[in-house]
Ligand binder design. Structure first.
Ligand code: SAH
Length: 233
């Protein structure tokens, strides 16, 4: 899996992709992640990458040319057009289901917007999909892109130590995760549920499933309804 991030702040995205779980996956070549500086592609003498929007609105927009040339330099190295995603509050809100589908692709390019956004024409020219991280606005596409990259990377083979590492988690099977406990057995008078200490694997699995369903029903009626309809129950 290869992910190319187009951004005005490559130091920022790199600082994350070089760390922790993702950093180790990159270092051991389980996944390739490159951050490209859009500013390196501007033909403008002042290295300007933004301009005022037509129609007189406040703020600045990223111009099409440097983004397109940055995209071309990445895409020209591939045989087929890499799936290109624009991080945008107008996109489809990201779900674990979509993360899973994206993790099965060979190559993805992610465009991070900044300022007031990006000239629509370059979006129309190169973007296949717009993804939002939720119904709120942050100042740049970098954090949203890193959320996407991280969620994809941890599903790629060999990134987490065991498959169960993510198959057990919230959202993977459409349910929230059951509560978890570690040592000591009693803390501030609160005991770890007895069944978890029993060593009885079937009972433990049953307890986890029940708690998962219970928590989803309590906290996320929408997910619970979908779970019931999926016929898994
Ligand atoms: N004027 C824009 C917001 C610009 S915020 C609007 O109203 O839609 C600057 C950039 O941050 C965006 O271009 C986008 O790349 C990123 N961004 C902000 N909020 C986001 C979100 N919820 N999901 C994904 N990207 C987001």
């Amino acid at each position: 899996m290869k992910i190319d991030i187009m951004t005005l702040f490559p130091e920022f995205t790199r600082s994350y992709t070089e760390m922790s779980v993702i950093g180790r996956a990159v270092a051991s070549k389980k996944i390739e992640i490159n951050s490209h500086n859009i500013r390196d592609f501007t033909l403008n003498r002042q290295k300007q990458v933004d301009d005022a929007p037509y129609g007189g609105r406040q703020g600045m927009l990223m111009t099409a040319q440097p983004i397109y040339d940055c995209y071309k330099s990445i895409a020209s190295k591939s045989d087929k057009k890499p799936h290109t995603i624009f991080m945008s509050p107008s996109g489809t809100v990201l779900t674990q289901e979509r993360v899973k589908e994206l993790s099965e692709m060979d190559e993805i390019i992610i465009l991070c917007g900044h300022y007031e956004g990006v000239d629509q024409r370059v979006i129309d020219e190169i973007v296949d999909e717009e993804i939002s991280i939720g119904d709120y606005v942050v100042s740049g596409g970098e954090l949203p892109a890193l959320i996407l990259v991280d969620s994809i990377a941890r599903l790629c083979d060999g990134v987490l130590s065991e498959r169960a590492g993510f198959e057990d988690e919230s959202h993977y099977h459409g349910l929230l995760e059951h509560p978890q406990y570690t040592r000591p057995e009693v803390w501030m008078g609160r005991r770890v549920p007895e069944v978890l200490l029993s060593g009885h694997h079937a009972n433990i699995a049953k307890w986890k499933e029940e708690k998962s369903i219970e928590r989803t029903k309590e906290r996320r009626k929408d997910l619970y309804e979908r779970y019931l309809q999926s016929g898994k129950k």
